[in-house]
Design a protein around this ligand. Structure first.
Ligand code: GTP
Ligand code: MG
Length: 374
């Protein structure tokens, strides 16, 4: 690719060379006066002086692919250890997803939610007979399609909750489609069987039309009748989850740089950017340098789903992290990188790509043009 000398770049930008070198060092690039730097790096520097630069800036997808290849490398089979399953609870609004999780966790999250409607994917870890299961709750509201899609992507098993008194509804079908697209096995929880109007057989009948045929009807989909209210069937569904997960022989290498996915993130008044990340490979530790989406930082503190401060999080652990410079987006991939400088360098590069993508063509100038006009 094309490159430009540090000295030359400073000249064209009309700034001190020492200033450019300082900025480069800040990005983790040790450069001298006569050194050639690539266009990507030059564009970051130029952007810091409020120049929008067009050049050999590879697009966001290329950058994401590069990160994926560099940091989400494939592990040796011998390094893999079994990890807990990640289970996503999906289904139509009000069919009882959060209530089912409450019954599993024996807590009472539903009451605490504003208006009882789940806004985010909540993550929690449950221990059953000494085996851990990670649960992700998703909202059933029609506005949250992309959240359900993301939920399906990071999951090993999907629990499809269908209210026995209501039957198959639009978001039930959508959840089936997301799970199928992601190749995730579905366990059907026919919920609210305590209700007088409950008709579990009708639910079975309806789901057959979507390719989910119960085992007792000659198919291979596991159906469990449950009541999140009375607790009926809860033990059975947990058993089925462990069974389905066991067949998958889920494994990950805990002894490598962490890779994960942002589940949810927000700006907290006191703590700054707070993100819940599902660690999928490796171990994330306090002090690690990370990059995710168009933000980066260093893990200053980690809090588990029980609100406890922890120092390390291994594969299949949902954990809240503090220390990112900005709020990432749910679904963003998170990578642990070599050190702070590398995180800053890659993070700024990524930010530059997003900035470039946002800029209108008219506002863009290529480095060549820039050089011609100054
Ligand atoms: P969204 O997150 O908004 O999509 O809803 P949800 O699927 O999480 O449903 P939620 O758990 O909030 O339950 C909706 C309503 O159904 C609440 O009033 C629950 O008390 C009620 N409910 C859930 N499960 C059962 C059940 O097994 N039996 C009865 N009778 N009511 C239930
Ligand atoms: Mg809910």
């Amino acid at each position: 690719g094309e490159s430009v000398q540090v000295k030359e770049l400073a000249e064209k930008l009309g700034v001190q060379v020492s200033d450019v070198i300082t900025k480069l060092i800040g990005l983790g690039v040790m450069a001298t006066l006569n050194q050639e730097i690539d266009y990507d790096t030059a564009s970051i520097i130029a952007a810091e002086y409020e120049y929008a630069v067009e050049g050999e800036v590879s697009d966001i997808e290329n950058m994401e692919e590069l990160l994926e290849q560099t940091y989400n490398y494939v592990d040796d089979e011998a390094d893999l250890k079994s990890r807990p399953p990640v289970v996503t609870v999906m289904g139509h609004v009000d069919h009882g997803k959060t209530s089912l999780l409450d019954a599993i966790r024996n807590t009472n999250v539903t009451n605490k939610e504003a208006g009882g409607i789940t806004q985010h994917i909540g993550a929690s870890t449950v221990k059953i007979n000494n085996e851990k299961i990670v649960f992700l709750d998703t909202p059933g509201h029609e506005a949250f399609t992309s959240m359900r899609a993301r939920g399906a992507q990071i999951t090993d098993v999907a629990i499809l909750v269908v209210a026995a008194d209501d039957g198959v509804m639009p978001q039930t079908v959508e959840a089936i489609n997301h799970s199928k697209a992601a190749g995730v096995p579905i366990i059907v929880a026919v919920n609210k069987i305590d209700k007088p109007a409950a008709n579990p057989d009708k639910v079975k009948q309806e789901l057959t039309e979507y390719g989910l045929v119960p085992e007792d009807w000659g198919g291979d989909t596991i159906f469990v009748n449950v009541s999140a209210k009375t607790g009926e069937g809860i033990e059975d569904i947990l058993e089925m989850i462990l069974l389905v997960a066991e067949v998958q022989e889920l494994k990950a290498n805990p002894n490598r740089r962490a890779v994960g996915t942002i589940i949810e993130a927000k700006l907290d008044k006191g703590r700054g950017a707070v993100a819940t990340v599902l660690v999928q490979k490796g171990t994330l530790s306090v002090g690690d340098a990370i990059i995710t989406g168009k933000t980066y930082g260093r893990v200053r503190a980690m809090i588990d789903d029980k609100g406890k401060k922890i120092k390390k999080a291994g594969p299949s652990t949902p954990v809240e992290i503090i220390g990112l410079s900005e709020v990432p987006e749910s679904g963003d991939r998170m990578y642990m990188v070599e050190d702070d400088k590398k995180a800053r360098y890659l993070g700024e590069k990524m930010k530059g790509k997003h900035r470039d993508a946002k800029m209108k063509e008219g506002q863009k100038v290529s480095l060549d043009n820039l050089f011609d006009t100054i």
